[in-house]
Design a binder for this molecule. Sequence first.
Ligand SMILES: Cc1cc2nc3c(=O)[nH]c(=O)nc-3n(C[C@H](O)[C@H](O)[C@H](O)COP(=O)(O)OP(=O)(O)OC[C@H]3O[C@@H](n4cnc5c(N)ncnc54)[C@H](O)[C@@H]3O)c2cc1C
Length: 489
Amino acid sequence: MELAKPGGEGTGATPALVWLWQDLRLTDQPALAAAAASGRPLVVAFVLDDSAPGAWALGGASRWWLHGSLDALRRDLAARGAALILRRGNLRHEILRLAAESGAGEIHCGEPLEPWLRGITDGLASELGALGVVLHRHNTRLLFDPTMLRTQAGGAFGVFTPFSRACHAIGVADAPIAAPTRLCGAKPLASDDLADWGLRPEQPDWAGGLRETWQPGEAGATLRLGEFLAGALAVYDRARDIPGHASTSMLSPHLHWGEISPRRVWLAAARAAPVGGKSPLGFLNELLWREFSAYLLWHHPHLPERPLRTEFAAMPWRNDPAGLVAWQRGETGIPIVDAGMRQLWRCGWMHNRVRMITASFLVKHLLIPWQQGEAWFWDTLVDADLAANAANWQWVAGSGADAAPYFRIFNPVLQGRKFDPDGAYVRRFVPELAQLPAAFLHAPWEAPLAMLKAAGVALGATYPTPIVDLASGRARALAAFRNLPRPTA
Ligand SMILES: Cc1cc2nc3c(=O)[nH]c(=O)nc-3n(C[C@H](O)[C@H](O)[C@H](O)COP(=O)(O)OP(=O)(O)OC[C@H]3O[C@@H](n4cnc5c(N)ncnc54)[C@H](O)[C@@H]3O)c2cc1C
């Protein structure tokens, strides 16, 4: 498909500016497609503003990913005739400056979801409008516009099941927009050098596991989708909770950075129809959890900071820096928790089941505020997403919309035995326990001394003893919960 009309540099047409954020792709990119269809030469830009008030500055793993994603996009755009202009600084100033430098006649961007970005974008729309430049906002990140989905009474959904029913009822009909084969780039503007942004670590280089695991960029996303459709999708419903098997799509960072559109993933999975011709509902519903998270953030802008259920503000959280550090380092003495936290540190990603187990252990057994876990995930996940991270932490903590009840406390030993029965996951990430038989792997303190010795395990020396007694931690959490004030209606 040829989206760009002839013209461009030297034709006299004023350019269209495409301002990118978490929509770093060419395929099914409505902002890029609309700008290209305008027939104007294109200026494509990405602005990094870490210091905007209220913005969550990108964590280390996100920065690593962003470098790769921008690098890939720069090459993809160049191959089609357009440059990627990089600017770092105050977002509002930089967009106004780009508009002025390019003489843009119109601007296209994705509809912002983050509360801080919504504020800046609203302000820019007015300022640019006063200058006669229209800012067009396109839905580049979601399947469903959060303002369109309402309960029958006209309110916002607070429960996933009716929300997902409403989504299924609307359906995902439109075919993805093909990537342009050629773009008409405007006269290039000055751009920062990506290497100068210092997004990737130098010394110490902690990113070896990230490099082994991921290929940021649209081509990497397409590859990952193809592998998933050809393999794990067929067994997704029964295997997705087993962290020792590659049973989920691992598309989350690609979806987060918009290297692949959720519509493309949805339609490809729906058409793959792997299980006896049935729609892969389990997987499609996970995509709807992503939508639900964004929807909650849209309707509750304080979601990343404050509990949705206000009574949780009175929770007697503990200040436990040593417990927090043990959890972050994967040295709690609870094998499934430690395996998850080490997977996170090494790969920048953790299996969903283990995210739930590690999060529950932090907020319940250790009674550490969910915001501290959220902050660590934010820094270390390559898919760190303001909406999904906050919504899921609140879900686990019991303070969110449609949350797991607080009194339902995961027992990490039973969870480990159920979902990692052969211990493949723990053995991979906690190698010092690898020689233990599966029956004792998830609770090494129950193993006879001779067995520990034969496996080379000395509790308290080669592997920690548990930092909390699981039964007492559970009782303490339940007592704290029972003392909360009654929910306000
Ligand atoms: C405490 C906690 C924090 C989390 N933080 C994040 C985060 O920062 N970013 C993030 O993308 N996901 C987060 N999740 C959700 C989920 O764990 C990941 O999306 C999932 O593990 C990604 O792996 P996958 O791509 O293989 O998922 P798949 O099982 O293949 O699912 C497909 C896609 O659906 C979406 N999805 C799946 N589960 C969820 C969910 N529970 N909530 C929202 N979207 C979902 C993701 O975009 C995912 O890529 C968190 C979960 C928990 C319990």
